[in-house]
Design a protein. Structure first.
Length: 147
């Protein structure tokens, strides 16, 4: 039997644990990350995955000026990957705004993330060369409301 995973909304008290997990799953430390997580939890949609009272993953969505939702991040602790947690997190995040279109960007070489997005109904819509820097190309994925 697999581990018990609970997906629910993050609470403001989770900000430190979320920032530490984010740092663990990223190559680069985010300066002022605890403040950012406090703001995101208060004003955006943040879902967390919990196992044995520890946060093992999160998904974050921002409302946009054009009334869509930008899926900003989906990440899972390295010891808990390939267990469907990212897919569950993203699915729950999408349920927070069912009447809105969702979109995201991802690196061209991030095959595991692309599989999660496609499982949740996202379709690749655009390729942007040099999205952040000349060497960083991105795909834009979209999921229209109701799909």
């Amino acid at each position: 039997m697999g581990e018990e995973i609970t997906i629910c909304k993050a609470e403001t008290k989770d900000h430190v644990e979320l920032r530490k997990l984010q740092d663990l799953t990223r190559e680069q430390h985010i300066v002022d990350g605890e403040h950012a997580w406090q703001v995101w939890i208060r004003y955006c949609d943040v879902m967390k995955a919990v196992s044995d009272d520890k946060i093992v993953g999160a998904a974050l969505g921002f409302p946009t000026k054009d009334n869509r939702v930008l899926v900003h991040q989906v990440f899972v602790h390295p010891e808990h990957t390939n267990k469907g947690i990212g897919t569950k997190l993203l699915s729950e995040l999408l349920k927070q705004n069912p009447g809105k279109d969702h979109f995201l960007t991802t690196g061209t070489d991030n095959d595991s993330a692309k599989r999660v997005y496609e499982k949740c109904g996202f379709e690749q819509k655009e390729f942007i060369k040099g999205y952040y820097r000349p060497e960083e190309d991105r795909y834009v994925y979209e999921k229209p409301k109701g799909q």
